[in-house]
Design a protein around this ligand. Structure first.
Ligand code: ADP
Ligand code: ZN
Ligand code: ZN
Length: 739
């Protein structure tokens, strides 16, 4: 018999089927992982069998060995659909469905140590690939280790030894050469940290919850639209409970950032730790591997995870829930650039199981689908514990400036903070900009300090005395003298979370503060350590970026301040208003979730903007109706799709040439075959250089369909045929981030 094998590679020319003979003594089934000889390579290549047939028209080699791991046939079909839909190699998609940490050496011993060395990349994966391709890194073992970490994320030194067969000396060399870094951290193979959680029982559902719960049938797609605190999670708990009684698995996706022990605890306390598995990128590979097995064996029937958990091999899957479905983290920004919600839809249709999307501020597209009957709309309009929605007040920052207040905090917000401090109530201040100042400029000649690799301004980080690039991580020492004109008249403009913390400490010297942004949460678990500390030690003020917005429940928080609502308004994205409304509503939802009423102060330079206006009453319907009209007029999703062809190269001439050729190809086909679409000429991307790569893009506005998908795939094939050095092209449909 002959097996059709897909080689595990992202190289475009290998994105096809290779036939191999199945040796008599190997029981190879569809979905099997195999190792095969390939080309004139000495080592074997890994592949997945996607079909088995009688004979091949070619003279074929034999499969060398077989791993005891299978991808279900359903998921192979899903991968095929994905590779077409997301313009990538089939292997890129299949990889998502394989257990974490797979390599040729699949032995795994339990790691006993409490403290271990966590190894992570010290450089960008792209740069490492370049060094591998250019032959700068020669040792096979070094390459294996680097590829292993690129594919699997952070790993312990033990993980690396177990999975890649490389000694710790190899890791040390890579650290010395600046590719890897080691942090000594505490990890446990059991991510639940063995807490004793109190058992909870089902709450008596409110009428609205009851109605929603009863509407969700054996099959179908649902949007559970419920205001913040309306008890959506309680509905999920009930649905999962029902599945458990039928011995079926449930997958619940939550945004990466809300996947905290607090979230998981709610499920553990209802169903017990033994039934639950968690999957997210902060777990070590060993932990993920264990969780994967717990899922595959059917031991864990409740899977709580971030985006990629949608691909886990849940035994007898009966339900998929996606909480906070509007969250950006469901869309992958790496190849394959999939949207977990689309994968969930596929699985729900394919497996004939219910899919429940939940949100207080649904994605415009999702709500549009619900209005048009593609999803059944279930609504929760009241807070479940009878607390009321917070009152929201908008402060016009232009007025503040006029009256001479140059501080980040308006007089009104200052007053409200004082009140809260007196009443021993907690405060959250939200500012979507980390660091201290956003840019550094010479007052005499106007020179601004930019990242040489990304062409964007560097941000000042005061405590480290560094200027940092928030795109590529480049950092340099602060400047006291203009590199251009040698003037000492250097000014730091704009304001980030560090500056806000300073200002708060000045105005309220006795208040305790804690700051949460990427700079303070980069270590494993520190994200929730901060949240725990805030809650348990009753810290007065939590200052943070986006991270403070998501689904946390702090009973004692009664005041939320938004320092600059405009942050997300001027981002050159058609979703700017939608994002602003979502953030404001979500952040406001953190205030007054218990008996004490909450207050929200929103500071802005655009008090008349409708996204800000409607967030006063947190009226999603009003916002939706206004926004949908605008989308319709301007032909934006959901009325029209936006395709972005992203092109980048190290050399600007090469990039321009590639862009021109792709555009010419598309244009000819569009005219010849009478495609009804708008094809724009190539233009530099809004951020036209990142990490030393120049970037251009072609935008297409159309009503996306199969024919257009084929056109795009063809144009990619055209690109792969071109002779290029460093150019890369990626196609994205309605990307989350238009920058
Ligand atoms: P959401 O997920 O919509 O933000 P939650 O499920 O977290 O809302 O519920 C908010 C609060 O209301 C929680 O403290 C929860 O325990 C409580 N709650 C939810 N449902 C009920 C109910 N049926 N009866 C009483 N309290 C409830
Ligand atoms: Zn100067
Ligand atoms: Zn940079």
């Amino acid at each position: 018999m002959i097996a059709e094998v897909i080689i595990d590679s992202s190289v475009k020319t290998l994105n096809k089927i290779f036939d191999y003979e199945i040796p008599q003594d190997l029981n190879v089934k569809i979905g099997a992982r195999v190792f095969v000889p390939f080309g004139n390579k000495k080592s074997l290549e890994e592949g997945i069998v996607i079909n088995i047939k009688e004979k091949s028209e070619y003279k074929v080699k034999q499969i060398a060995s077989l791993q005891d791991e299978y991808i279900e046939e359903n998921y192979i079909n899903l991968a095929k659909w994905m590779s077409h839909r997301y313009f990538c190699n089939l292997a890129d998609c299949l990889r998502l469905m394989l257990p974490p940490g797979r390599t040729s050496k699949n032995v795994l011993n339990r790691v006993k140590e409490k403290r271990v060395n966590f190894v992570s990349l010290a450089k960008d994966a792209d740069e490492i690939f370049i060094d591998i391709e250019s032959g700068k890194i020669k040792s096979e073992k070094q390459k294996n280790v680097l590829e292993f970490i690129i594919n699997n994320g952070n790993a312990t030194t033990q993980d690396i030894e177990l999975f890649t067969d490389a000694s710790s000396a190899i890791v040390k060399t890579l650290v010395k050469n600046g590719y890897l870094e080691i942090n000594n951290l505490q990890v446990e193979r059991n991510p639940f940290l063995h807490k004793t959680v109190e058992k909870t029982v089902d709450l008596e559902l409110t009428d609205e919850q009851e109605k929603a719960y009863n509407s969700i049938k054996e099959q179908g797609k649902y949007l559970l639209y419920g205001i913040t605190g309306s008890g959506k999670t309680e509905v999920y708990l009930r649905l999962i409970g029902k599945m458990l009684r039928q011995n079926k698995s449930s997958i619940m996706l939550v945004p990466e950032i809300s996947l905290t022990p607090q979230t998981v605890d709610r499920f553990i306390s209802r169903f017990g730790e033994e039934h639950i598995a968690v999957l997210h990128s902060k777990l070590s590979i060993g932990e993920r591997y264990d969780q994967w097995n717990k899922i595959k064996s059917g031991e864990a029937k409740i899977i709580i995870g971030a985006r990629s958990a949608i691909f886990c091999p849940a035994a007898d899957l009966g339900l998929i829930i996606i909480d906070e479905e509007h969250d950006e983290s469901y869309q992958s920004e790496m190849t394959p650039r999939y949207d977990a919600r689309e994968i969930a839809e596929y699985l729900s249709e394919n497996k004939e199981i219910p899919l429940v999307l939940g949100s207080a501020t649904p994605d415009m597209n999702t709500f549009y689908k619900a209005k048009n009957g593609e999803y059944e709309l279930l609504t929760l309009t009241k807070r479940a514990n009878n607390s009321s929605l917070p009152t929201v007040e908008v402060v016009d920052l232009r007025q503040e400036l006029l009256s001479g207040n140059k501080l980040m905090i308006s007089r009104k917000l200052k007053e409200e903070i004082e009140k809260n401090l007196q009443n021993k109530k907690q405060i959250i201040l939200y500012l979507n900009r980390r660091g201290f100042s956003t840019f550094v400029m010479c007052r005499d000649c106007g020179y601004t300090v930019k990242c040489k690799r990304c062409d964007i301004t560097l941000t000042y980080h005061k405590y480290q005395h560094k200027l940092k690039c928030h795109y590529c991580g480049y950092e340099q020492d602060e400047v006291n003298e203009c590199p251009e004109c040698k003037s000492k008249n250097i000014k730091y403009f704009g304001a980030g979370t560090q500056k806000l913390e300073d200002e708060i400490k000045n105005i309220f010297p006795t208040a305790s503060t804690i700051r949460m942004d990427i700079d303070t949460v980069s270590k494993k678990n520190s994200h929730e350590q901060i949240l725990n500390k805030f809650k348990e030690e009753n810290i007065d003020i939590l200052i943070g970026t986006q991270m403070v917005v998501k689904g946390h429940h702090f009973p004692n928080v009664t005041l939320v301040g938004v320092l600059a609502a405009d942050g997300s308004l001027n981002i050159g994205d058609f979703r700017a208003n939608e994002k602003t409304f979502q953030i404001l509503t979500q952040v406001a939802g953190r205030a007054g979730r218990e008996k004490d009423a909450g207050r929200v102060i929103i500071q802005t330079y655009n008090p008349d903007n409708y996204a800000i206006e409607f967030s006063k009453t947190q009226d999603y319907n009003l916002f939706y109706n206004t926004e949908i009209d605008i989308r319709k007029q301007l032909k934006y999703p959901p009325f029209c799709d936006i395709i972005v062809i992203d092109m980048s190269a190290k050399d600007i001439r090469e990039l321009k040439k590639v862009a021109k050729e792709i555009h010419t190809y598309l244009k000819r086909r569009v005219i010849d075959e009478k495609f009804g679409l708008l094809l724009y000429s190539p233009v530099p991307s809004p951020i036209d250089k990142i990490k030393d790569r120049y970037r251009m893009r072609i935008i297409i506005k159309c009503k996306y369909d199969e024919r257009i998908n084929n056109l795009l795939n063809d144009s990619l094939d055209e690109f792969y045929k071109m002779k290029t050095v460093s150019a890369r092209v990626a196609v994205e449909l309605n990307p989350n981030n238009m920058l």
